[in-house]
Design a protein around this ligand. Structure first.
Ligand code: SF4
Length: 445
């Protein structure tokens, strides 16, 4: 079984509602948890045939606040999943927690049940910022929660931070960053605050000087990248940083366009070429499951063109970026207009080519929405190409790479290091052969 799949389980319950939150999460509603659990388990069992076709290598409990839902219910879901799927021995199993709902008994039991990664919502070390967001904890609670998580033997911890918060300045942001680093997490996610319409925060956002302006938010982002990089974290996505080997395997599936299946109300899936989501309404979700119907909210078959768009849209969020051969092979589309755009970005210091892969620089990440929009426009101008065109273009590209390399190797005395270029030619020719052989079967179809 070579195909892998990630499982996402949505837990829509929270202790209280944060003032910026637009996720589907319900404060309190503990009386509905048991009914939800029954529906969730029914749905997972009903998907056994799909699940059996894959090796499951990530499970992610998100929300909402799964730690508020209770470890007993989470363990029960895990044991059902394990009964119906082939779970990889090295599967990453993550539970999102908030500092106010972490205790040693729960964490130890979750660890014994196989949970090996905790994502903890810290957001800020500044109590006044946390209370502006209506978060029900302070930094002391975060420190205690981290101690408990470590004592339970969980050695993969991610901390969530936010910048651009009400009345936040650079000093307070630096303080939050250094407090987060003092906890030595293996992973840090840091997002700029978004004021979503309909949230209590949105109503306050128009107050003068309430939120840091765009320039200050950009400075905060740059500051964060330099602080975390200096502390030994690698930025592997616009908002995500990890110690070596500790990137989120589950979230990487989203950015790489790999399949995942979601369970629970408002959960999304991308599997068997379809993307679908479940009803973002607890009552209707439970009713549908009880009546034996799929609680579908949206469902669409993702076209080839749409996948090609997503390739640019999602992979350019990551430091791994995009690569010409990968693109040509997967989508049979011309990469030249995209590369021309990337070369232009490179001149502005927004993008860089490392080996054969293009990715954004820190300054590029800052304006990635705009840059990705331009890449998508250039993609729209590039029609699908024939195999012959691919072959011709492949030869031209490799010749161009060789020329680039030869120019780089030109010494101050004006001597081309011919030997070096000849040595480099061999693997390139080999790669060319491999790429062409990969293209051949798709021509026969
Ligand atoms: S804890 Fe998370 S999901 Fe719950 S209300 Fe706050 S931001 Fe939303």
């Amino acid at each position: 079984m070579s195909k892998t799949l990630g499982i996402y389980v949505h837990i829509p319950f929270c202790q209280s509602k944060c003032d910026y939150c637009s996720f589907y999460s319900l404060p309190g509603k503990e009386e509905q948890m048991d009914m939800y659990q029954t529906a969730l388990i029914t749905q997972i069992k009903g998907s056994a045939e799909t699940l059996k076709q894959y090796k499951i290598n990530t499970i992610y409990f998100g929300g909402g606040t799964p730690s508020f839902y209770g470890e007993r219910r989470l363990r029960s879901i895990l044991s059902i999943i394990k009964r119906y799927v082939s779970l990889s021995k090295t599967a990453e199993i993550t539970v999102e927690c908030n500092p106010d709902s972490v205790d040693i008994k729960s964490m130890s039991r979750l660890k014994r049940a196989g949970v090996n990664r905790i994502s903890l919502g810290m957001q800020s070390a500044n109590s006044s910022e946390l209370s502006e967001l209506n978060r029900p904890h302070d930094f002391n609670n975060v420190k205690e929660a981290v101690e408990i998580i470590r004592n339970a033997g969980i050695d993969n911890l991610s901390i969530d931070l936010m910048f651009g918060l009400p009345y936040q300045d650079m000093n307070s942001w630096n303080h939050s960053l250094s407090c987060a680093l003092s906890l030595s997490p293996e992973h840090i996610s840091a997002y700029g605050l978004k004021t979503e319409e309909g949230t209590p925060l949105f109503a306050r956002a128009s107050k003068i000087d309430y939120l840091p302006d765009e320039d200050l938010q950009a400075d905060m982002y740059v500051q964060m990248v330099s602080t975390l990089t200096a502390a030994g974290y690698t930025q592997y996505e616009i908002s995500n940083f990890a110690k070596t080997g500790k990137h989120s395997k589950h979230n990487l599936k989203y950015w790489a366009g790999h399949p995942y299946i979601g369970f629970g109300c408002s959960a999304h899936s991308d599997v068997h070429g379809f993307r679908y989501s479940y009803s973002p309404n607890l009552t209707s979700y439970i009713e549908n499951i009880n009546q034996g119907t799929e609680p579908l909210d949206t469902c669409e078959k993702i076209s080839h063109q749409e996948r090609a768009k997503e390739y640019l849209l999602l992979r350019m969020r990551t430091h791994h970026g995009i690569e010409e051969w990968e693109y040509r092979r997967e989508f049979n589309m011309n990469f030249d207009p995209i590369e021309q755009k990337l070369e232009l970005f490179e001149q502005h210091g927004w993008a860089i080519q490392t080996g054969n892969r293009w990715h954004f620089t820190v300054n590029g990440f800052l304006i990635s929405n705009q840059l990705i929009g331009e890449l998508l426009d250039s993609q729209g101008e590039a029609p699908e190409v024939s195999f012959e065109d691919h072959f011709r273009s492949a030869c031209l590209t490799e010749r161009k790479n060789l020329q680039k390399q030869a120019t780089k190797d030109f010494t101050s005395k004006g001597t081309i290091l011919i030997k070096k270029s000849i040595t480099q030619t061999k693997p390139i020719i080999q790669k060319l052969k491999e790429e062409i052989s990969k293209m051949l079967p798709s021509q026969k179809k």
